[in-house]
Design a protein around this ligand. Structure first.
Ligand SMILES: Cc1ncc(COP(=O)(O)O)c(C=O)c1O
Length: 369
């Protein structure tokens, strides 16, 4: 147990009250009043018409690709720097992932690399708003539209993030969110697909429920999945959603505190935020230049651990890991460097200014030696 964990949910009386109500009602599986309410309220928050709640963020990604008809023979472009669920979803539908590098200034899929990776087989691109920073959606959508690609936004880490004043999750054909315990709002496990396309939403609902014909029970026209969210999860989600604006602002406040404390430390690059972006800093992360700090990232992590401060490495580049090596198409200098140098710091909404000051002070001391 860490005194300062990287992530920790804030769950209170409201969540408890809703979950108790769901339990007492007997609607504990995937029927019940909270599910639709959560779908509608979350979709409204992001500014998208339809919400399809799922059992987790990974099933949301799989469901989205399956409903778009992506499959064998298709190529799907993914960024090298992301959680494995993004590329796994491509493999689940039998398509071929094509891994591309990220932009050095904000760590997300580089639209220029997307353009270079397109072939006549490319069907879709999955853009990941990494660590809460939005992708450059104008550039992505321009390339995608020119080449007739589907755009799936993996917004698992970016609830409430904005690109040029508009929330992410509303740009692509479909977007996918995660409500895992360390995410900006949580339902324990949980996820959601959002889309403005009514037919696509309906296909996702059918596929989510075993592919069963909604008008003819136990009749299946397609092979589907059981990817439903439970009423218990949705009960938790509604309570969390009522606090989302406070959570997002707190994440941004924590980022400002870290930035004030660490901006003058030589060898540390702060978590970026582009002028066109509202980053929600899912996990506040820094890049460490070992030559300038004189301290390895692992050593720093170990010193901090001694004070009860948890840190976490950034994701490993996909192209380096055994299941995905075969999908590398070029070299990946940017994602490799960011991954090698990156460290996520405690980012829970429960942190206060003195906690961040304490953590930053320990970082400064460690670096000074
Ligand atoms: C970028 C990204 N995509 C997908 C997922 C998968 O979500 P889940 O853990 O809810 O399956 C996560 C997080 O876990 C993630 O960080």
């Amino acid at each position: 147990m860490y005194k300062y964990p990287v992530a920790e949910p804030e769950i209170g009386e409201k969540e408890l009250k809703n979950v108790i109500e769901a339990v007492k009602s007997g609607w504990v599986s995937s029927k019940g009043k909270f599910i639709e309410e959560f779908e509608n309220s979350f979709a409204r928050y992001i500014g998208v018409k339809h919400g399809v709640a799922t059992s987790n963020g990974t099933t949301a990604l799989h469901l989205a690709l399956a409903a778009l008809g992506v499959g064998p023979g298709d190529e799907v472009v993914v960024p090298d720097l992301t959680f494995a669920a993004t590329i796994n979803a491509v493999l689940y539908v039998g398509a071929r992932p094509v891994i591309v590098d990220v932009d050095p200034s904000y760590w997300c899929l580089d639209p220029r690399e997307l353009e270079k990776a397109i072939t006549e087989r490319t069907k879709a691109v999955m853009v990941v708003h990494l660590y809460g920073h939005p992708c450059d959606m104008d550039a992505i959508m321009e390339v995608a539209e020119r080449h007739g690609l589907y755009v799936v936004e993996d917004a698992a880490e970016a609830h409430g993030a904005e690109y040029r004043g508009r929330k992410v999750g509303g740009f692509g054909h479909v977007s996918c969110f995660s409500f895992y315990g360390n995410k900006i709002i949580t339902t324990g496990e949980g996820g959601m697909c959002l889309t403005n396309d009514e037919e696509l939403a309906e296909r996702m609902r059918v596929l989510r429920d075993h592919g069963m014909d909604p008008k003819r029970r136990y009749w299946h026209n397609v092979v589907g999945f059981n990817y439903r969210m439970t009423n218990l999860q949705a009960a938790l989600g509604i309570a969390q959603l009522s606090k989302i604006e406070r959570f997002v602002e707190k994440k941004r406040m924590i980022a400002r505190w870290y930035a004030e404390e660490l901006s003058s430390v030589k060898g540390i690059a702060l978590h970026p935020e582009m002028p066109w972006a509202k980053c929600v800093y899912w996990l506040y992360s820094i890049l460490i230049d070992e030559e300038k700090t004189g301290l390895s990232k692992d050593e720093l992590a170990q010193r901090l651990q001694g004070y009860g401060i948890e840190t976490r490495n950034l994701f490993y580049p996909l192209h380096e890991m055994p299941p995905y090596q075969g999908y590398a198409t070029s070299s990946y200098p940017t994602s490799s460097a960011i991954s090698r140098r990156g460290l996520s710091l405690p980012s829970s909404v429960k942190l206060e200014e003195e906690d961040v000051a304490f953590i930053a002070q320990r970082i400064r001391e460690a670096i000074k030696g």
